[in-house]
Design a protein around this ligand. Sequence first.
Ligand SMILES: CC(=O)N[C@H]1[C@@H](OP(=O)(O)OP(=O)(O)OC[C@H]2O[C@@H](n3ccc(=O)[nH]c3=O)[C@H](O)[C@@H]2O)O[C@H](CO)[C@@H](O)[C@@H]1O
Length: 391
Amino acid sequence: MKSDHRPATAFRLIVTGGGTGGHTYPALTAIRALQKRLSSEARALEVLWIGTADGLEARVAPAEGIAFATVATGKIRRSSNPLKMMSAANVKDMARVPLGVARARKLVADFQPDVVLATGGYVAVPAGLAARMCRRPLVLHEQTVRLGLANRKLAGSATRIAVSSESTVPLLPEAVRGAAVVTGNPVRPEVLAGNPDKAVEALGLHGFDRRLPTAYVTGGAQGSQQINNLVRDVLPWLLEQANVIHQCGPDHVDELRRHAAALPAPLAGRYYLAGFVGSELPDVLALADIVVSRSGAGTLAELTALGKPAVFVPLASSAGNEQAHNARHLEDAGAAVALLGDVTARRLQDAVGPLLADPARRDAMAERARAHGRPDAADRLVDVILSAASG
Ligand SMILES: CC(=O)N[C@H]1[C@@H](OP(=O)(O)OP(=O)(O)OC[C@H]2O[C@@H](n3ccc(=O)[nH]c3=O)[C@H](O)[C@@H]2O)O[C@H](CO)[C@@H](O)[C@@H]1O
């Protein structure tokens, strides 16, 4: 018998963005949330991710079974010195931009997406421009308070600009403000579902003293030399009162391990070093009573969605000093401690010590952090994508 029910056509999405975790994970989370929404309507999703060969997205997308294509991009190294801006590396990279746009244009023309979603990072520029050339709806997602460089370039071409904070809207150029929608910054759902005991098992943390609080120290995907040095300087003191999981960046593990070899036995058992925390991240966050961290937008979205007391050591050279802004914003809300300016080991001790000693203070801070979380950000971004597709 002939059925009247023809399968609805698949929704076709091109995602572009990446480089760091801050641009990659929101894209991944949006894809998964869109998939879930569409499958509840018995509709399929077809996705193509356009990224760079050496960014985090080149590992994340294929691991999730997402079709992945690369384009040449121009990574412009910012400098206040105009001579440095014209460095050989910058000039060479700028020359690659037209190549990237041409390739992206072909990819977009062939794939015919319903929407192109750009989540920032310099790779987003060619595919974003290609969306406009091929007259496909372009949705930008911005994680930070001020638009990043790629999103600034694309803002004039965007159908919608999804932003993570209300305070972004007045900072947008007036001509594009009408396209802004506040969604929040999507957090991977698994990050919100960690289990502390699993972290102990998976990482073999059997030397941890569970009567003590646990501190998770993280410098972002590459690690932070500054945070590593600070922690190294206070390590014996810190381990007297806490277990410590220290994510230090893949390039710094050996050096820190050599340093830790001098720790006496009970303290050494309470110290766990990792270059990068992969699938265990949710469980590590669940185990953590406090977090010492850079204040990138992705990390902040996760810590506020979870409600974790944090001590932030912002990256001073982040674009527009946005990490300092992020950290100060949460400190003003009583949800974190922000160590701005010159951070010494003494300042870190003075910030971390009272928190480790006072569970009630940690709880109050966690509560205030949670008030800033937006666990529904992925769903809101899906609404924006679907509405952009329907014109
Ligand atoms: C140096 C730089 O340009 N930083 C920017 C970059 O941050 P960057 O990507 O470095 O940092 P974010 O805090 O935004 O995101 C890091 C992500 O990686 C995850 N993670 C980290 C370490 C680890 O071992 N395992 C792991 O999974 C974190 O949980 C988080 O999801 O993009 C952010 C969002 O646009 C900006 O706010 C930052 O200023």
